[in-house]
Design a protein. Structure first.
Length: 67
């Protein structure tokens, strides 16, 4: 999936992001606003994982939600 689709429909996808990464607050998700790099940084910080692992999780998320 093209991330532009997620970013353009952030309100729709925000719930799915929250379901995937439940520790991210609604306020943080509003600030992220669909920006992939910001989401990756928040996942890293919140879950204490590497940049590569956060990237993998986002790619997996995109794959699950394509279509």
């Amino acid at each position: 999936m093209n991330w532009d689709i997620i970013e353009g429909n952030w309100t729709k996808f925000k719930g799915k992001v929250k379901a995937q990464w439940g520790k991210l607050t609604d306020d943080r998700l509003d600030v992220i606003g669909g920006k992939r790099d910001q989401l990756k940084g928040e996942i890293q910080k919140t879950y204490g994982i590497t940049k590569d692992e956060a990237e993998k999780q986002i790619k997996d998320f995109e794959e699950i939600n394509k279509g």
